[in-house]
Structures are given as C-alpha cells and as structure tokens.
Design a protein around this ligand. Structure first.
Ligand SMILES: Cc1cc2nc3c(=O)[nH]c(=O)nc-3n(C[C@H](O)[C@H](O)[C@H](O)COP(=O)(O)OP(=O)(O)OC[C@H]3O[C@@H](n4cnc5c(N)ncnc54)[C@H](O)[C@@H]3O)c2cc1C
Length: 464
C-alpha cells in the first residue's frame, strides 16, 4: 500500500496549490512526531503530515489522496494505546488538531457542537463554567481530543454511572474516504430515522471516515461530589469491595482500583499511600444534595469496611480531590518510569469475575517472570493489565499478553474495553470474534472505503 516518493511528491504538489501555506509538513522532526503514539507500537513514519483547518480542507486532502492511491491515517493528539493513529503504510498523517474550536454550548437543548480537535478537558471546563456536565472522562482528558474519543468510543472512570463516549454523541459531520461530506445523527436526544450511522462511526477507529464536527449531549452539572481513597491489605479484598458496593445498590460515579505496583508508581506524586496498603480504590459519588451524597459515601464506606478496608480517607476539599485524581492519572506514566517498556492489555470481564481476572493476570506475570500491574475502571470490570519489561523480554511479553486476553475471554469478557483494537491487538481479534463476523465488518469497511486507503491495516488481522 505504501506509495512511492514520486507519487507522494506529486500529491503534495497538487495539494499545496489548494491548501493554505503550512498545512502540509515534510520536515523530519514533524514526520517523526506523527510516526508514534502512546501504544509503544514503534515508529511508523508518514510521508507527509497534513494539518487542515476546516472540513473543506479535510475533504480535499481525502479526495486527492484517494485519487493518487496514497493511504491516509487520521489522528488527534496520538494518546491512543492501540496504535490506531500509526501511519503503518506511510502516506498522509492527517491531524485534526487545528480544528479545535468549541462552536456552541446550548444550556437549553443541553448540547455542545465542537470541532474534533478540541481537547476533551477544554470542553469539560467550558461546559462546567456554565453549570453543565460532559461526563466521558478518559484519564488522558488533559491532552486527548474529542475526535479521538469518538473514534475510539473512549470510556473513563465516570463510565460506571454515566456511560461511555457513544452515549453522548448525537450527531456528526463525517468526511468519507473519497472526500464526500455527510451529516448524520441529529441534535435531539431521541430520533430513530434511518440506520444509526453515528453508532457505526463511534468506535470505528478512523477506518470508516473522518469526523469533522460533533454534536454532543450534555447534562446538568451535579451539585455535590465526594471522593475517597480506600486502602486494603490485599488486592482480592479491594476487588471484593467493588462487588459489595455495587451489590448494595450504589452506583458511584467512579470506582477505580490500583494494585501495589500501580500505587508504588505514583506514591508521593502527589499523595503518599499508606505503607501497608496492598491495593486501593478511588471512589467518587455525586448528586443533587449534600446530604444524599454524604449518605451514599457512608454506605459505600461501610460496605468497603465489611470487605476488609483498612482506611478510608475522604478528600476534604477540591484541592485534595484534584490531587487524588492526579495520582490516578499518573499511574500510566508512573509505571513507564519503573522499566524501559510497558504494554497495556485493556481487558474487561463480568464484574463477578474481577477477583479471578486480577489473580490470573498476576499468576501469568509470575509464570513468565514479568512484573505485572493491574489497575483501572474496576466498577466496569475493565482492567488495565500492564506488563512492565526490559529489552530482550519481548517473547515472554507477547506470551503474557496473549494469555491474559485468553483469560478475559474464558471468563466471559472482551479483549478491549476502551483502547480499541487498532494495530496493537488486531492479531488477537479472531480469538474473540468468529470469521463470519469479521467478514461482515470488513464488508462494511469495503462499502465505505472501497479502495482501502483510509487508516489501512487496522482492526482486522488481514488488513481490512
Ligand atoms: C495516560 C493515558 C490515559 C488514558 N486513559 C484512557 C481512559 O481512561 N479511557 C480511554 O478510553 N482511553 C484512555 N487512553 C487512551 C486514549 O487517550 C484514548 O483512546 C483517546 O480517545 C485518544 O484520543 P487522541 O486524540 O489521542 O486520538 P489518537 O490517538 O490520535 O487517535 C486514536 C484513533 O482515533 C482516530 N481518530 C482520531 N481523530 C479522528 C477523527 N476526527 N475522525 C476519525 N478518526 C479519528 C485515529 O485514526 C486513531 O485510530 C489513555 C491514554 C493515555 C496516554
């Protein structure tokens, strides 16, 4: 699929006459920056980076690239963990980062209209200033884009109570692989006319088209929020507490679990963890009244104590809350500091199998002689099982990752809860999905991208 330098050169010449100066970049440091992401999937240099500023420019780039037979790989800010934005066949890396305007926030209709390059945290902040709430909160919110969230159907700690990105996308503008621009979905909460094409796009990992405008659903901002750090003497106790809390009829807005390795990775950054804690939960509850939220937290604490909690530390103010979440967000980069490499399996199991899944991942780590950290959105049964390793240990890592995914499937789960299949996990998709289902999805891909040049070789093992 890789196009020759001459073909790409001719494409650049054609596009340069149609796009503002500075839209196309071929300098080495820029190509290198767009050749990697947060998946540890290596360097895959694009042949040109395109930085369009509006839908017409995106459409033009796709149209000309399609005509020239040059692959195009869309990207946001490349925080993806499954290698979806890696330009594995070179060609054009098309970044939406300059399309970063919040176009509208409507407090009556409870919608926001945004360009795809808006940073998730920027939208959260803008709507919260108006007493509104955009719940999807991937832990990368300070740096990832809403377009990337939609393409990956990103989740986050608050998915437990509020759902994932898909639950907040009402409509969108979508540029097809040949440059045609369509608008799908709507602005209203309900509406069932025609196929649910928004649902098809969300989670399609940049393989079916490029989102150039998003109409997102908002909620009123909950008036009260309380956050607690709950420590345990064992990982099993912490996992059991998750089920005890949910079994008591409580739905906290977050219930995040960290094991001892994950805690060590962020200890003191910025909060110290009690030395004897072997696992912890970060629990957050919200609601419309202070008394209701307090009562929920007390009940949650009681269930955790019954499950063996050692200590329950409630954040006293916004500053302490922010520091707790800073520690949670620091886990992934913190683990990266412990060994030269790390790779993350983002598996999901039914909640009843959480204890078994955690114990199983650690046993696999011991079998393969590798350090394993488990943390994540335990309330959703979504575990980030991280394998930390040194150069030379790759074969053991590969075996460990495969065994963990097989374990998740054996327990009735899935190989990815929110990071996507992308480039990193495509060889494992057939473990979860039978050949006819893979073929059905590839037929959809062929219908929307007949030439197969849009983010090629992602998701499906044979290239899609
Ligand atoms: C520290 C850290 C914490 C994280 N925590 C979470 C978490 O809690 N939950 C979670 O779900 N993920 C998490 N992630 C993963 C990642 O941040 C998300 O997948 C995020 O949605 C990616 O957004 P991005 O802008 O970086 O997209 P990129 O990585 O640039 O791209 C991701 C995919 O989206 C496609 N894409 C991007 N923009 C568009 C567009 N406009 N139209 C079509 N396709 C597009 C790309 O082709 C690619 O396939 C985390 C990552 C890090 C580094």
């Amino acid at each position: 699929l890789r196009a020759s330098a001459a073909v790409v050169g001719a494409l650049i010449t054609r596009l340069a006459s149609q796009l503002p100066e500075g839209t196309l970049r071929v300098d080495t440091e820029v190509l290198e920056a767009y050749g990697t992401d947060a998946s540890d999937g290596g360097m895959h240099l694009p042949q040109v980076v395109a930085l369009p500023q509006d839908t017409a420019q995106v459409s033009r780039i796709l149209k000309e690239a399609q005509a020239a037979g040059v692959p195009v790989t869309p990207c946001g800010t490349r925080t993806g963990k499954s290698g979806g934005s890696l330009p594995v066949h070179g060609g054009v890396a098309l970044s939406l980062e300059r399309m970063n305007r919040i176009l509208e926030i409507d407090p009556i209709d409870l919608v926001a209209v945004v360009q795809p390059g808006v940073i998730t945290g920027a939208l959260m902040e803008a709507v919260e200033a108006q007493g509104l709430f955009y719940p999807p909160d991937p832990n990368s919110w300070p740096s990832c884009t809403l377009g990337g969230n939609v393409a990956e159907n990103a989740g986050g700690p608050r998915a437990l109570k509020y759902g994932v990105t898909r639950d907040y996308v009402l409509g969108m503008e979508w540029v097809l692989s040949d440059g045609e621009v369509v608008r799908v979905g709507r602005r209203t909460l309900k509406g069932v006319a025609g196929y649910d094409l928004v649902g098809l796009f969300v989670g399609s990992e940049g393989t079916l088209g490029i989102a150039t405008e998003l109409t997102l659903r908002l909620l009123p901002l909950p008036a009260y929020v309380q956050t607690a750090l709950i420590t345990f003497g064992s990982l099993e106790q912490a996992a059991a507490a998750v089920n005890a809390v949910l079994g008591a009829g409580l739905i906290p807005r977050a219930l995040e679990l960290l094991d001892a390795v994950a805690m060590r990775a962020v200890d003191g950054r910025p909060i110290p963890f009690p030395a004897d804690a072997r696992a912890c939960l970060i629990a957050e509850v919200d609601g419309a009244t202070e008394a209701g939220v307090e009562a929920e937290l007390v009940l949650l604490g009681a269930r955790c104590e019954e499950a063996g909690a050692k200590e329950i530390l409630v954040a006293r103010d916004e500053g302490q809350r922010a520091r707790l979440w800073e520690a949670r967000r620091g886990v992934s980069p913190g683990l990266r500091r412990l060994t030269p490499h790390k790779i993350s399996d983002d598996l999901v199991v039914p909640r009843s199998k959480l204890v078994e899944a955690i114990a199983g991942c650690h046993a696999i780590g011991r079998e393969e002689g590798l350090m394993v950290a488990t943390y994540g959105h335990a309330g959703d049964g979504n575990l980030h099982a991280n394998v930390l390793y040194h150069p030379g240990e790759e074969p053991a890592v590969e075996r460990a990752l495969g065994k963990m995914l097989e374990l998740a499937l054996r327990l009735g789960g899935t190989i990815t809860g929110e990071h996507g299949v992308g480039w990193a996990k495509k060889r494992w998709l057939p473990l979860e999905q039978p050949a006819p289902l893979l073929e059905l999805q590839q037929r959809l891909k062929r219908a929307l991208d007949p030439a197969g040049h849009l983010n090629p070789s992602k998701i499906f093992p044979d290239g899609g």
